[in-house]
Design a protein around this ligand. Structure first.
Ligand SMILES: [Zn+2]
Ligand SMILES: [Zn+2]
Length: 570
């Protein structure tokens, strides 16, 4: 069992303890252990009970619980809680913004045992009348439930890609199946996937279907399936799968028809015919050949949204999309100085090993106390360590950055003389996320105006499928970044992908550069760069407009120029 699954169980147990009014001291112990275990590098499953007790924040009873989870798959205490708690209540525990204490009141006082019942109670106004709830909380509950419903069974892109790989591996060995390739939203690299769609080549669809149904874990939804598609689920995955059959001869044509969005396919090109009509009437062997045959430059699958790509392709203005090899450094990362899992040296060494020229270290700032944000003394200490490492690792360079919280009023998190000591600053919102659009936008505009702000971090704070971002006026924010020479981050964490790709094209048009930042909290976090890259490409991002495609000497110059502007304006 991996650490993540163990920690997940501990978290759930802590929530259930709270729900069942256990001793608060004990609950704190659990939460504290979870906080510390998140950073542990060794595999917990390989440790003895005694070794577990030696870990920071883990006492005798929690060590015993972990050991039990590893040995039996779940602790007895958790199993007991499952017995005495309705399934619907357990599901409600992971609802954002409402804790176990409130859920208990809903359960005990209103007899609510499921999300469905809770929604009914909230809609009828019963929840607002409960002590400690009120209209606002009731509204929040309704919104959280609706968000949860709308996102049930969906995956973010990185997870969908993994599932697709498993499927392709399974299908590729079958006798009656030829080529298998991602199609639909998956092939267009959409940030959220509702159905994992694959195009499957076969001469005899019935035989192919029979073979698929014989595979272990493949459960067909017969009603939803049809003569040319197999719809169903794979084992424990809740996300629907759609396998679309195609003869090998029509594979390219079908790939164009299934991977283009409705808007792309409905767009009229020359001869007043739509892309869809042209796919069905023209002769071609490859996708490149198709676009050539209709007089357009080749449109990469991720751009086929009916957004700006067809006009651009007509006018020979399609962007040359940024590639992984274009990226020269990794900005915005965390170390053990704040809430990261690996040390500054480990993060730097690994970044260098991956072939990058520079690293931007951006631990949390002091207001982010929950993330162990850096006070002024620890900043001095970190800068000293960076200087030493830079001597050792040259010509590789670590830049002294910080992820400064944007405070309630848009101020950054330190006095000017401290801000001055950094090479660059990523400014991000982490607290008080419940602002309306006007307030949230003004807060960002103020931070963008701050002459020390180099990059605007994850602009909306969204967590895909988990939490909507705060509403902002994207145009106003982008325009302000253009005016004040501030770069905007595409946070590459697959849960964020924020700035949203739909705004990348507009940002580029305004001359705003984008930085693909993994926001890595551990060495492996660097590999998220790929997902930020895909999001950028989807919005039409080029190497020229990618900030961290700048080589070391150039980005150094940018940081210096930005800082000299502060002095010039002082
Ligand atoms: Zn952040
Ligand atoms: Zn961060």
């Amino acid at each position: 069992m991996d650490n993540r699954s163990i920690i997940k169980q501990l978290k759930l147990q802590a929530a259930l303890m709270e729900l069942h009014d256990e001793n608060s001291f004990k609950i704190r112990g659990f939460n504290n252990a979870v906080f510390n275990l998140d950073k542990v590098e060794v595999e917990l499953a390989t440790l003895s009970q005694q070794e577990l007790e030696g870990l920071e924040g883990v006492g005798k009873s929690i060590a015993a619980t972990i050991y039990e989870i590893v040995q039996k798959g779940a602790s007895q205490a958790l199993e007991d809680y499952f017995e005495s708690t309705p399934q619907g209540i357990i599901e409600l525990l992971d609802m954002k913004g409402i804790g176990p204490k409130k859920i208990k009141v809903l359960w005990k006082e209103l007899g609510i045992e499921s999300g469905h019942e809770l929604k009914e109670a909230a809609n009828s106004g019963l929840v607002a009348n409960l002590k400690g709830f009120g209209e606002k909380t009731q509204q929040k509950i309704i919104e959280a439930l609706e968000f949860k419903e709308a996102n049930a069974n969906k995956l973010h892109y990185a997870e969908a890609e993994l599932l697709a790989e498993v499927l392709m591996e399974e299908l590729s060995g079958l006798k009656n199946i030829g080529d298998v390739a991602p199609t639909g939203a998956l092939r267009r690299k959409m940030e959220v996937i509702e159905v994992v769609e694959l195009l499957v080549a076969a001469d005899d669809f019935d035989k192919a279907e029979e073979e698929i149904n014989a595979l272990e874990g493949f459960e067909q939804d017969v009603k939803a399936s049809g003569p040319i598609k197999w719809v169903g689920l794979l084992a424990e995955h809740a996300t629907p799968i759609c396998l679309i059959f195609s003869t090998p001869e029509k594979f390219v044509q079908n790939q164009l028809l299934y991977s283009g969005s409705v808007a792309h396919l409905a767009t009229k090109v020359a001869e007043k015919q739509t892309i869809r009509e042209l796919v069905q009437t023209k002769e071609f062997d490859t996708e490149e050949g198709f676009y050539k045959a209709i007089g357009l430059a080749y449109i990469a699958p991720e751009l086929r949204e009916g957004f700006f790509e067809i006009e651009a392709a007509k006018n020979q203005k399609l962007p040359k999309l940024v590639e992984m090899e274009d990226l020269k450094g990794i900005l915005h990362n965390h170390s053990t100085y704040s809430d990261g899992k690996h040390s500054l040296e480990q993060m730097a060494t690994y970044c260098k090993e991956l072939g990058y020229e520079y690293l931007g270290m951006c631990d949390h700032s002091k207001s982010a106390f929950y993330a162990n944000g850096l006070d002024e003394d620890r900043i001095i200490k970190q800068h000293k360590e960076i200087d030493e490492l830079n001597e050792k690792l040259a010509p590789f360079k670590i830049f002294k950055g910080i992820e400064s919280d944007i405070l309630y009023d848009g101020q950054l998190d330190y006095a000017d003389d401290v801000l001055e000591s950094f090479d660059f600053i990523v400014a991000s919102v982490h607290s008080q996320l419940n602002m309306n659009e006007k307030k949230a936008t003004e807060r960002l505009l103020a931070a963008i105006e701050n002459p020390y702000t180099t990059i605007l971090g994850h602009p909306t704070g969204r967590l895909l499928l988990r939490r909507e971002g705060y509403p902002i006026d994207h145009k106003a924010v982008i325009d302000h970044c253009a005016k004040h020479n501030v770069v905007i981050e595409i946070n590459a964490n697959p849960w964020r992908l924020d700035l949203d790709w739909r705004w990348v094209h507009y940002a580029i048009e305004q001359g705003v550069q984008l930085s693909i930042n993994p926001d890595a909290h551990e060495m492996d976090g660097y590999h998220h760069m790929k997902f930020g890259l895909l999001a950028g490409r989807k919005g039409g991002l080029t190497a020229e407009m990618t900030f961290n495609a700048l080589p070391l000497a150039e980005i150094e110059k940018h940081f210096e120029r930005k800082k000299s502007q502060v002095k010039a304006n002082a």
